[in-house]
Write a protein that binds this ligand. Structure first.
Ligand SMILES: [Zn+2]
Length: 145
């Protein structure tokens, strides 16, 4: 098993939480609904959905919302994240975190953080954060030793 950070049961719980969050997404402009679920260091799951805004740049990504929920609940580290998106032709149906969210995930996850994907109907590929954000800049750069 490539990822030891989470169990099959936790993966199924992440998928369920992300899909439930996806259904709650507020995406009246793009209709691109995304749900994300983060597994924290205590095995708890925190979900978030995208929230668009008429002033487009003010929209919020699902991953950022899920991380905020984790922080609110006292979580400090992400062990895994699952992103459920409706996808499009260009990405075969699954969604990966945008560049900004990859950096946000780096704040709470190590380079080996598991990033799982799912489309509307299927689970997609798994990645590590290092694959999606190689040679990343993280908190350890500001707090050496
Ligand atoms: Zn994002």
């Amino acid at each position: 098993m490539p990822f030891a950070q989470f169990s099959e049961t936790e993966q199924q719980a992440l998928l369920q939480a992300a899909r439930q969050a996806q259904r709650a997404a507020y995406a009246p402009y793009s209709h691109y609904r995304v749900g994300a679920a983060v597994l924290d260091e205590r095995g708890r799951i925190h979900a978030g959905c995208n929230v668009e805004n008429a002033a487009y740049p003010e929209g919020l990504c699902a991953e950022a919302a899920a991380l905020a929920a984790m922080v609110l609940a006292g979580g400090t580290r992400a062990r895994a994240v699952l992103v459920a998106g409706s996808g499009g032709k260009g990405n075969r149906g699954w969604t990966t975190p945008c560049g900004g969210c990859r950096q946000k995930l780096r704040e709470f996850g190590d380079p080996d953080l598991a990033i799982l994907t799912a489309s509307q109907d299927h689970t997609g590929p798994h990645y590590t954060l290092a694959q999606l954000l190689p040679e990343s800049f993280g908190p350890d750069h500001l707090n050496p030793g």
